[in-house]
Design a protein around this ligand. Sequence first.
Ligand code: Q9C
Ligand code: ZN
Length: 341
Amino acid sequence: MKTVYSDLHGLQHAEAEYIRGKRVASFEMPRRVELVLERVRAVALGPVVGIGDYGLETVGKVHDAEFVTFLSTAWQAWSAENGEIDAFPNAWPPPRASRRATKRPGAELGRFCIDMSSPIMAGTWTAAKAAVDAAVTAVDIVAGGDHAAFALCRPPGHHAGRDYFGGYCFLNNAAAAAQAFRDRGYGKVAVLDIDYHHGNGTQDIFYDRADVLTVSIHADPQVEYPYYSGYAEETGEGAGADFNLNLPLPWGTEYTGYGAALATGLGRIAAHGTEALVVSLGVDTFGGDPISHFKLVSDDFTRIGQAIGGLSLPTVFVMEGGYAVEEIGVNAVNVLSGFKA
Ligand code: Q9C
Ligand code: ZN
């Protein structure tokens, strides 16, 4: 399996995020994917290739134009007012307030940013755009005949919606990959999100569409980020009714419970008549993850990969979360090795 990688990800290197009132060192860091890359090489998973440049068209198919303009110019506006300091919002629009644009960068951030974990810095746009390009490059590798490919990208993407960012995510790499499959003639596409957190952005982007089925297995949103979505009753709307499946699981979930949910999700993906699959590959379901509460062990990731491989679908894996940095390489690559076996 080929791995798509660009070192431009290093341009996003947030110093801090805010967790429960505390300013702490960012859990989402460049070293995460560097260690996955090391593991890819150690097990000889396959060649490592660079990214293509897909311009703004791909991004524009899954994000609103106003949001793309905002994100690509946010640092310039913020740093002109505030200097070289990581950008966080300083206000959010309350329900029923005006959605109109303001003249202050901190207030503009509040219009598009959903939390306090995702600061914008000088290289954020370049890094986020490179991550989308990695995901779409992986799609082109599969469309070119490979059975599967791995987009080893960061910042992650699944919390970014059509017009918002957060949860360490700025642009939705997996959604761009799913859309790219559609644009290359794959009629029915599915996204399987196995990150510990609900893939709210991906759900949002495809919520009213039947051509891209979205399935997410994640921690119960009543107790876990992103809190305001990820419930089982969210099943899609309009043409997309019944084309979104959420499988929330309690804190403490081990492979017994996880594997059962995975089997349900894979069954739905098979029933969809899926022609191409995108996997949002988060490994923050690991028991040792510092911000999560599932209890998977490293060997469980091999089993997850095997189960996904059982679908025998053209598949693109897109890196998402995973913050137990020392184990992230083994855990992520176990999924890919399991898939191949
Ligand atoms: N107490 C991804 O895994 N902070 N994003 C949550 C919980 C945000 C995770 C704080 C976590 C985002 C891609
Ligand atoms: Zn996550």
